[in-house]
Design a protein around this ligand. Structure first.
Ligand SMILES: NC(=O)c1ccc[n+]([C@@H]2O[C@H](COP(=O)([O-])OP(=O)(O)OC[C@H]3O[C@@H](n4cnc5c(N)ncnc54)[C@H](OP(=O)(O)O)[C@@H]3O)[C@@H](O)[C@H]2O)c1
Length: 227
């Protein structure tokens, strides 16, 4: 049984990923800010452990790592993310919100990944996946606005590319992933795919990753994504 750590596991893609890994018989450490109100997560069947974790809070990360102790972690999925609010326009920028978006979408995956390196090193075929977005891809010209969100995702993809190089000697696989345009609170009702479809594709991808795929940007459907 592999141990899978997933952040933002109480709703959306994180919850669907949690269900995928539980159904496959893995032990999931499902992290969320408020475990007591995570109703759907609490009702999930399988080898589930729910942990309190605010990824933007260094102290919370420290307490979470203490809870994990020296356990091996096979898969870390940095899924928690924010869209960054409604004021990301060329004439209407909320700079505080932009900074917060960077803290959650870019800095937090780095902080948690580096904190868990000892746990990853103890595991068989350790993998670190960060849910980035095509909205941060330089090779795609996709719409306007959403500066905070787009730049936070461009940056976290780069962070993962560099981490992949640095962690290669430890055989830790590191990839940013695009989950598709997904019907969640963030993606909205008119998005292209359900959270279950996205999670199913991501699960297959993550299950098959080897060092050959490390440091590359992948889409939920198994195709390599343009940076
Ligand atoms: N939906 C899409 O179309 C789409 C496309 C590309 C990329 N993505 C990315 O996919 C990931 C999941 O998105 P989603 O669509 O499932 O979004 P969502 O439904 O809005 O869920 C976001 C999750 O992140 C958690 N979160 C936010 N801030 C947090 C913090 N400080 N500490 C811990 N957890 C925190 C939320 O927890 P709370 O319930 O406590 O707020 C929630 O569980 C995000 O990184 C997002 O950027 C989504």
């Amino acid at each position: 049984m592999q141990t899978i750590v997933i952040t933002g596991a109480n709703r959306g893609i994180g919850l669907a990923l949690t269900h995928q890994f539980l159904q496959a018989g893995h032990h999931v450490v499902a992290c969320c800010r408020q475990p007591s109100t995570a109703v759907e997560l609490l009702a999930s069947a399988g080898s589930l452990e729910i942990a309190q974790l605010d990824v933007g809070d260094a102290h919370s990360v420290q307490l979470f790592c203490q809870q994990l102790g020296t356990r091996a972690v096979n898969v870390l999925i940095n899924n928690a993310g924010v869209m960054g609010g409604d004021h990301q326009g060329i004439h209407d920028m909320d700079y505080q919100a932009w900074m917060h978006t960077f803290e959650i979408n870019t800095l937090a995956p780095f902080r948690l990944t580096t904190a868990l390196i000892p746990n990853l090193k103890r595991a068989d075929r350790p993998r670190v996946l960060t849910i980035s977005s095509q909205m941060g891809a330089f090779g795609l010209e996709m719409g306007t606005g959403r500066y905070a969100y787009r730049t936070s995702k461009s940056a976290v993809s780069k962070v993962m590319q560099v981490l992949a190089q640095e962690l290669a000697p430890d055989n830790i696989i590191v990839c940013p992933l695009h989950p598709g345009w997904v019907r969640t609170d963030m993606g909205g009702a008119s998005a292209e795919i359900s959270a279950e479809e996205s999670a199913s594709g991501l699960f297959k991808l993550i299950d098959n990753l080897t060092m050959t795929e490390s440091g590359r940007f992948w889409s939920w459907d198994g195709r390599e994504h343009i940076w």
